[in-house]
Design a protein around this ligand. Sequence first.
Ligand SMILES: NC(=O)c1ccc[n+]([C@@H]2O[C@H](COP(=O)([O-])OP(=O)(O)OC[C@H]3O[C@@H](n4cnc5c(N)ncnc54)[C@H](OP(=O)(O)O)[C@@H]3O)[C@@H](O)[C@H]2O)c1
Length: 302
Amino acid sequence: MNDKQLKVLITGSNGLLGQKLVQHFQRHEVEFLATANSKNKLSFCPAENFEILDVSNAVSVGEVITAYKPTHIINAAAMTNVDACEDYETECFAVNTIGVANILEEIQGTDIHFIQISTDFIFDGKKKLYSEEDTANPLSNYGKSKWEAEELIFESGYNKVSILRTSIVYGVGEALNKNNIFNWALAELRAEKQLNIVNDQFRTPTFVEDLVQACSKVIELGEFGVYNIAGGELMSMHDYIVLVAKYLGVDSSFVNAITSEKLNQKAERPISSGLNIDKAKDELSYVPTDFVESLSKIDSDN
Ligand SMILES: NC(=O)c1ccc[n+]([C@@H]2O[C@H](COP(=O)([O-])OP(=O)(O)OC[C@H]3O[C@@H](n4cnc5c(N)ncnc54)[C@H](OP(=O)(O)O)[C@@H]3O)[C@@H](O)[C@H]2O)c1
């Protein structure tokens, strides 16, 4: 299928990944429909390419898919605030699990390639680096809601699905509801503020442009199955923020190490939920952006 034959339906287009997908398909002159649960917040997304779609509403999901007839659906819609998912459990599962059930229901019996974005938080963090075959054991509502969505996909028997599992997605976006840790750390450290960062949570953060490239690649190659799409290095969040300080030329003494216990976040988090990206490297020619290089890209986008 060449670019001209593609019709890509994007959910969650106001979010970080959603909007980077919109920009990507615009640049490549691929036909797309951007959808979000509230009005279009993107200055660069034309009104004729946008519709409101709440993925938790089965009727609306059915209507939009039936009317638009996409060749591909990328589900970038999610409730991503892990702590809010503890307080608003019903809403969390409505978006992250029922939203996927609604899409699956509509695409059964079609040829639509469904790309679902999942998370390292489906794991319990006892193993350090997780491959695609490792056993899920989510600790939080967010992790459970995303894992239940994956289970629905596996149980449905629908096989034109790519599940891209990712970890701490970061980059610069427009009109975002929430900031990400690296944008925040860049701003705070520039202002020479002291930061408290956990030194016992180990992650493989993902530059959003790399995740966009992976979505584009599974479309181009027609690859189905589960892929880990993340950064190339497993480090503690404290070590990552020290790299941000070094990048800025700010003394690393501005980055205080604290424990998760002291931070006392509402949702329990995996200690080490790094994603092993060997499969994506082999099968999708995936090459993550070097972390420090990604910081300079963020600066030039800001
Ligand atoms: N961000 C991360 O660190 C991270 C880590 C691992 C995996 N992921 C996964 O990566 C994907 C993209 O995340 P992201 O970083 O782009 O998150 P994001 O910036 O929070 O974007 C998610 C978008 O989904 C929208 N949304 C919420 N409920 C919806 C509904 N009922 N119908 C339609 N849209 C709805 C949100 O709108 P509102 O803001 O109005 O609620 C938001 O614009 C998600 O599947 C997420 O689970 C993200």
